[in-house]
Design a protein around this ligand. Structure first.
Ligand code: ASP
Length: 364
C-alpha cells in the first residue's frame, strides 16, 4: 500500500470509529456525570400502564394485570439507564387508589429516600387520579431526591402502547441529578410536569396531562432530559406536613355545583361527618343562593368550606362575587377541586382556623 493510501485508510478508520461511538452514545443512557449508574427503585401501584386486553386494538382492558418485573423486562435497554429494583405496592386501577395507599406510598418513599443506596424513585400509577397522588406526595415526602410518577393511556397489550417509553423516560428523569429538588414530577408523553399544576385533560389522548397555568417543567426524549422551569410552589422538604404517624385522613367531600344545584348536598355531607367541604364551584368558585346559605351554615358550624372551581383553568380569588370574609370561606387559588381536597385533608390533621387554612392555600 502506498503512503497516501495508508493515510486514507487510517483516516477512514478514525472517522468510522468516531461515527460508531456517536451512534452508541446516541443509543444509550443519559449523562451519568459521576460515571456511576444511579440506583432507582420503581414502586408499582397498577393502572393502565400495567393493564392488559385480549387484543392489541380493543379499547376495553383491565388495569393492574401486569407485575412490575414483567413491566421492567418489557422495556428494551431500561436497565442500562440505572440499577433498577421493583416493588409492588398495590395493583389497582387508579380509580381505586385510596388515602390508605397514598399514605403507604409516602411512607415507603420516605423510608427509601433516607437510604444512601437509593438515588431516585419512580412510581407507576394509573392516570385517572395520578394528579391527586402526585400532589399528595409533593406535600408529604421529605426528600430532595427525584420522585417521578409515570403511567400510560394505552394498556401494555395495545398497538403503539405508550407505557414502555414513558417508563424508560421516567427512569431517565429519576436518575438525572438535575431532577433533584424540583418536587414530585410526572413524566408522560415526553413531558416533565410538576405535581402542583398538572391535570388530566383528555379521557383518551396520550397528551392528556397539561399544566395550564404554569407550563411544563421540561421535556425528555429517549432518556435525554431538558429542564426549563422549577415548580414555583413549596414542596417536599419545604412543607409542614408530617405523615409519619398518620394512619387516617379526616373526611373531606367535594360537592359539585351546577345550575339549580340542590343545596341539601352540603347539609348531607356535614351530616355524614365531613370535616371539610370543597365546592367544585361554577365560574370563580360560585354556587346558587341556597347552596351559599348552606355552605355558610356549615362553615359557622366548624366545617371548613373551600371554594374551588369546576372550570379547567384560572384561579379562585377571595371576595370576588362571594363574601368570603363574612361567610368564613377559603378560596382555593390555583388548586382544582381534587387537589384542594388533598391539601384540605392534610391541613385538617391539626386544628386550624379558616384564616390559617387560607394561608396554606396561598402558600401551597
Ligand atoms: N383507569 C385507569 C387508571 O387510572 C386509566 C389509566 O391508567 O390511564 O388506572
Amino acid at each position: 500500500m502506498k503512503r497516501s493510501q495508508r493515510m486514507s485508510a487510517v483516516f477512514l478508520a478514525l472517522v468510522l470509529g468516531l461515527c460508531c461511538q456517536y451512534v452508541v452514545s446516541q443509543d444509550t443512557a443519559p449523562d451519568q456525570s459521576s460515571g456511576k449508574k444511579a440506583n432507582i427503585v420503581v414502586l408499582a401501584t397498577g393502572g393502565t400502564i400495567a393493564g392488559a386486553a385480549a387484543t392489541g386494538t380493543q379499547s376495553g382492558y383491565t388495569s393492574g394485570k401486569v407485575t412490575i418485573d414483567q413491566m421492567l423486562d418489557s422495556v428494551p435497554k431500561i436497565r442500562e439507564l440505572a440499577n433498577l429494583k421493583g416493588e409492588q405496592v398495590a395493583n389497582v386501577g387508579s380509580q381505586d387508589i385510596s388515602f390508605d395507599i397514598m399514605l403507604k406510598l409516602a411512607k415507603r418513599i420516605n423510608e427509601l429516600a433516607a437510604s444512601p443506596d437509593v438515588d431516585g424513585i419512580v412510581v407507576t400509577h394509573g392516570t385517572d387520579t395520578m394528579e391527586e397522588t402526585a400532589f399528595f406526595l409533593n406535600l408529604t415526602v421529605k426528600t430532595e431526591k427525584p420522585v417521578v410518577l409515570v403511567g400510560s393511556m394505552r394498556p401494555s397489550t395495545a398497538v403503539s402502547a405508550d407505557g414502555p417509553l414513558n417508563l424508560y423516560n421516567a427512569v431517565a428523569v429519576a436518575a438525572d441529578p438535575k431532577a433533584k429538588g424540583r418536587g414530585v414530577l410526572v413524566v408522560m408523553n415526553d413531558q416533565i410536569q410538576g405535581a402542583h399544576s398538572l391535570t388530566k385533560t383528555s379521557t383518551t389522548s396520550v397528551e392528556t396531562f397539561q399544566s395550564p397555568l404554569r407550563g411544563v417543567v421540561g421535556v425528555t426524549a429517549y432518556g435525554k432530559n431538558d429542564f426549563y422551569n422549577n415548580p414555583s410552589w413549596p414542596h417536599t422538604t419545604q412543607t409542614e406536613f408530617d405523615i409519619s404517624n398518620v394512619t387516617k385522613l379526616p373526611r373531606v367531600d367535594v360537592v359539585y355545583a351546577d345550575a339549580d344545584m340542590p343545596p341539601d348536598l352540603i347539609g348531607a355531607s356535614v351530616a355524614k361527618g365531613a370535616k371539610g367541604i370543597v365546592i367544585a364551584g361554577v365560574g370563580n368558585g360560585n354556587m346558587n343562593k341556597g347552596s351559599l346559605q348552606a355552605a355558610e351554615q356549615a362553615s359557622k358550624g366548624g366545617v371548613i368550606v373551600v371554594r374551588s372551581s369546576r372550570v379547567p383553568t384560572g384561579t379562585v380569588a377571595r371576595n370576588v362575587e362571594v363574601k368570603d370574609d363574612e361567610m368564613g370561606f377559603v378560596a382555593s387559588g390555583e388548586l382544582n377541586p381534587q387537589k384542594a381536597r388533598i391539601l384540605l385533608s392534610l391541613a385538617l390533621l391539626k386544628p386550624h382556623t379558616p384564616e390559617q387554612i387560607q394561608e396554606m392555600f396561598n402558600k401551597y
